[in-house]
Design a protein around this ligand. Structure first.
Ligand SMILES: Nc1nc2c(ncn2[C@@H]2O[C@H](COP(=O)(O)OP(=O)(O)OP(=O)(O)O)[C@@H](O)[C@H]2O)c(=O)[nH]1
Ligand SMILES: [Mg+2]
Length: 163
């Protein structure tokens, strides 16, 4: 199982469907209010997506209720970041680190997807590495891949790294 997470509107749904249905523009609706999840299965791999945005209490309830089952058999994480949303990067950092420290046991590798690279004001891969302090990750492999889910670009490279 691969967990796909990140703040709301980062591009998780778009990315999930773009991975498997080439050249199709996916119309997404925000997952606000729903507890979890979107699941896409491909060969032997299940991609389970949920967002960690929203209010703190909702987020925590969601994690508590579903956390263990989801995380138990997780062998990799895709963390999607809206590279264009500079204002929320501190929130991304906080959520990512609490996710790594509190919720994700073991040594599962993490692919950080620096999405929305097509937008002119987006942060670079280097910016994202620095802002999220990824070099402080201990005991698991990590990698940052710049992507444009619309049109898709970089996704295959990212998945190759993860596999
Ligand atoms: N410009 C641009 N827009 C993107 C890209 N990827 C996704 N989007 C847009 O960003 C918005 C949010 O994308 P979603 O895939 O719904 O994001 P999500 O992470 O699933 O959001 P929630 O379901 O609310 O958690 C949509 O309007 C997408 O069309 C990208 O690479 N570039
Ligand atoms: Mg979504």
């Amino acid at each position: 199982r691969i967990i796909v997470s990140g703040l709301d509107a980062a591009g998780k749904t778009t990315l999930l469907y773009q991975c498997f249905e080439s050249n199709r523009i996916v119309t997404t609706i925000p997952t606000i209010g729903s507890l979890i999840l979107e699941t896409v299965s491909h060969n032997e791999t299940t991609f389970t997506s949920f967002d960690v945005g929203g209010s703190g209490s909702t987020r925590m309830l969601r994690m508590l209720k579903f956390g263990y089952k989801i995380f138990d058999d997780c062998c990799g994480v895709i963390w999607v970041v809206d590279s264009n949303d500079r204002e929320r990067i501190p929130e991304v950092k906080e959520e990512l680190w609490s996710f790594l420290n509190e919720w994700l046991p073991g040594t599962a590798p993490i692919l950080v997807v620096a999405n929305k690279q097509d937008l002119p004001n987006s942060m670079s891969v280097g910016d994202i590495k620095r802002e999220l302090r990824l070099h402080e990750i201990k005991g698991r492999l990590w990698h940052v891949q710049g992507t444009r889910a619309l049109p898709r670009d970089g996704l295959v490279e990212g998945l190759e790294w993860l596999s």
